[in-house]
Structure formats: structure tokens, C-alpha cells
Design a protein around this ligand. Structure first.
Ligand code: 5RP
Length: 228
């Protein structure tokens, strides 16, 4: 697992070129992206400006000496590199295992190119079959959102439990939504979730990823580009 993440992260970081503004995703695979970017900054004089998608990534990037700025100072990203919890053949994804889905989606939506870094176990035929869908909701509307989501065929569970809910960097809660047979139409579900008042964002990322980097145990990585 670690070798796969490291291989994917390093291969993706090698796609970055000097002068680029880079969206920095969140998670254990992205850590290896940060590590390799820091190495290249030190050894090759790579010059980049990063925008982190979480407090966790901000802390790690800062500690590694990666130059950072805020979204207020950036209109577009040349590239964003981020992990995923599941990705299908059309590069549609479930994200948010690390709770950073809202900022990750904002940054991905502003990126000329989104590179997704995963191990082979994250590549699935149908989304929702190996991972429950994270949905970020405002705490006030947790129960109302849960009922509406149940109406869409999902079974939501409050991350961390109802008594001690996990809070995102934005102060919101996460509902992890199980779909017994997976998600039949990710784009339609994303739209339906967006229409529920109190839902801030869902972890469905449709049409956002362009490049898929799959890391392997032997340290190699496949770099694939989405058709069309
Ligand atoms: C965080 C995410 C992560 O990209 C996703 O959970 C994958 O993380 P990891 O690389 O640790 O498996 O969406 O919100």
C-alpha cells in the first residue's frame, strides 16, 4: 500500500513544471507528492506556488518548504494533484475520505488539469461499491439532510457518531452514505444532492479528473489520460 502510494505520488509530482500554480490535494498519497515536490525544489530549483486543500496539507507543505499562497490570490491552477477513494473507467470519483472534499472540489474545478493519484485497489467498475459516499452538511441541517438522502436510496451515517461528529476544516459535518448496489448514475446523484438545502458539497467528482496515476508495489506507476 505504502509503496503504491509513494510510486503514484512521485510520478505525479514529476509531471509538474517550473512556474506552475499547483493545487495540493489531501491525504496519505498526496503526502508523497509533497515530499517529491520538496525534493525537486531543493535539488532542481523547481519553482512552484501551491494552494493547499486542507489544514493538514498546509502544515505538511509548509514543513517541507513548499511555497504556498491562498485561493484569494489565484484565479486558475495549471495543475492539481489529489488522491481519491474510488475512481471508475470514466475517471468519475468518490472523494472525501479525509474530509477535505469541499476545498478539493473548489480547487479541482479551477484547474486546467487534475491528476489523480491512487493504488490499483481504488479503481472500480462502479462507484460506491467499496467506499461510502461522503457528503458535507451544515450541522444545523444534519437530520433534515439525512432524511432527504435516505429518500435518494442511500443510508447515511454521521462520521464520528451523532454525539461526537467529525468536523471538517469548514466547521461542517460529514454524512457517509452507503448505497447497497453502488451508485448507478453518479452525475444525476451529484445534482440531486446539490439540490438539498443544507448539503454543502458531495464527494462525487464527475468530469474533473484528466490524468490517472496508478502506483504499484514495485515502485512503477502507470500514467493514463482520460479519453475526450
Ligand atoms: C480527502 C480525499 C483523499 O484524496 C482520499 O481520501 C484519498 O486519501 P488517501 O490518499 O489517504 O487514500 O478525498 O478528502
Amino acid at each position: 500500500m505504502t509503496a503504491q502510494k509513494r510510486a503514484a505520488g512521485r510520478a505525479a509530482a514529476d509531471l509538474v513544471t517550473s512556474g506552475q500554480t499547483v493545487g495540493l490535494g489531501t491525504g496519505s498519497t498526496v503526502f508523497y507528492v509533497l515530499e517529491r515536490l520538496a525534493e525537486r525544489i531543493r535539488d532542481e530549483g523547481l519553482e512552484i506556488l501551491g494552494v493547499p486543500t486542507s489544514v493538514d496539507t498546509e502544515t505538511k507543505a509548509r514543513d517541507l518548504g513548499i511555497g504556498l499562497t491562498t485561493l484569494d490570490r489565484v484565479e486558475r491552477f495549471h495543475v492539481t494533484i489529489d488522491g481519491a477513494d474510488e475512481i471508475d473507467g470514466g475517471y468519475r470519483m468518490i472523494k472525501g475520505g479525509g474530509g477535505a472534499l469541499l476545498r478539493e472540489k473548489v480547487v479541482a474545478s479551477l484547474s486546467d488539469e487534475v491528476v489523480t493519484v491512487v493504488g490499483p485497489d481504488k479503481v472500480v467498475e462502479r462507484l460506491g461499491t467499496t467506499f461510502d459516499l461522503p457528503v458535507e452538511v451544515v450541522p444545523f441541517a444534519r437530520s433534515a439532510c439525512s432524511r432527504r438522502i435516505a429518500g435518494l436510496g442511500g443510508t447515511p451515517a454521521v462520521r464520528g457518531g451523532e454525539d461526537a461528529p467529525y468536523l471538517t476544516d469548514n466547521g461542517n459535518e460529514i454524512l457517509d452514505v452507503h448505497f447497497d448496489a453502488g451508485i448507478e448514475d453518479p452525475a444525476a446523484l451529484e445534482r440531486a444532492l446539490d439540490e438539498i438545502p443544507g448539503v454543502v458539497e458531495s464527494g462525487l467528482f464527475v468530469g474533473l479528473s484528466h490524468v490517472l496515476v496508478i502506483g504499484h508495489d514495485d515502485g512503477s506507476a502507470d500514467v493514463r489520460r482520460r479519453d475526450g
